[in-house]
Design a protein around this ligand. Structure first.
Ligand code: PHE
Length: 325
């Protein structure tokens, strides 16, 4: 085979290469040890000294041409394979996407966060306490002695060892004073338990307790705090009244009512009062130096008013239909 024939063959072979296999075969056919170009190069020894450089140059060019063609073919094969997979993996962006539904906070959590956020911003520390309490913290230290009728009011769940499920968040008042001393400003959200179940009562429910202890705290301070809070939660045009009441751990005591904007009826929303000197004393502070105010409210009641919930029990039945409203 002469050089021109080889070149013509080469051009023809490389015209259309559609697979890596074909390209590999061609590589061997031309550039392999026994390939055409190598074989042809051997002829150089049969040439005269004069003709050798010319022949060598032409063979060199041919080899270079072949390498270029291999390179181009290799590139083309890769481009084709990319295009092929792009075509195969094409995404139809007009198809509907897959949808993950997002979780939401429970209405009680939202209400709790709203209330604790408000009080944190006023400088209250968020405090926690145990749900299994001793009778001492739940009753005695709150000025509710054994024979006190208020103990019956609470429908307490007792444990075999004499401890109980706390019936209100007020025991946290005592624990916080014991732990932190005075001055003190705490807000304590948590679960409480009473043996009670109907449309407006569940055996477990949530309260938020507030306590401020300092020097010269008076009822005006308490009233201001509560009014600001009600403004924030229910709007500034909310009608509020303080109704004299009784709690063993506060004196004087009051219940706070707000007027329902639709029905024009008074709704009780919380209990409050000035901390009874006995309570301050039992928690280890001098009642002649320190005074304070406390308030407590039911979170379900607040959620009920904020979200117009009819049946308190729907807060606990985990009904997605209700919760996702
Ligand atoms: N602990 C009272 C209750 O459960 C509420 C309350 C708290 C009243 C603090 C006054 C002061 O009803």
């Amino acid at each position: 085979m002469d050089l021109d024939a080889l070149k013509a063959d080469l051009e023809k072979d490389f015209l259309e290469i559609n697979s890596q296999e074909v390209l590999n075969i061609l590589k061997v056919k031309y550039l392999g040890k026994k390939g055409h170009i190598s074989e042809l190069s051997k002829n150089i020894k049969n040439l005269s000294k004069k003709d050798r450089p010319e022949f060598g140059k032409t063979i060199g060019e041919l080899r270079k041409l072949c390498e270029e063609k291999i390179f181009a073919a290799q590139e083309q094969i890769e481009v084709n394979s990319i295009n092929e997979s792009l075509e195969k993996e094409r995404i139809d962006i007009t198809l509907p996407g897959s949808y993950k539904s997002q979780g939401k906070l429970h209405p009680l959590t939202v209400t709790t966060l709203k209330i604790t956020d408000f009080f944190s911003a006023q400088g209250y520390l968020i405090e926690d306490g145990p749900e299994i309490e001793s009778a001492y913290y739940n009753f005695d230290a709150l000025n509710i002695p054994l024979d006190h009728p208020a103990r019956d009011m609470h429908d307490t769940f007792y444990l075999d060892n004499g401890d109980l499920l706390r019936t209100h968040t007020s025991p946290v008042q005592i624990r916080a004073i014991e732990k932190r001393g005075a001055p003190l400003k705490i807000i304590c959200p948590g679960k409480v338990y009473r043996s009670d179940a109907d449309k407006t009562h569940t055996p477990m429910f949530h309260q938020i307790e507030g306590l401020v202890i300092s020097e010269n705290v008076n009822f005006g301070h308490l009233k201001n705090e509560i009014m600001t809070f009600i403004d924030f939660l229910f709007g500034p045009d909310t009608k509020v009244r303080f109704r004299p009441s009784y709690f063993p751990f506060t004196e004087p005591s009051a219940e706070v009512d707000i007027m329902d904007k639709k029905t024009k009826q008074w709704l009780e929303i919380m209990g409050c009062g000035l901390v009874h000197p006995n309570v301050i004393d039992m928690a280890g502070l001098d009642p002649n130096q320190f005074s304070g105010f406390a308030f407590g409210m039911g979170i379900e009641r607040m959620a009920k008013l904020l979200y117009e919930i009819e049946d308190m029990r729907s807060l606990f039945t985990n009904d997605i239909k209700f919760l996702s409203q």
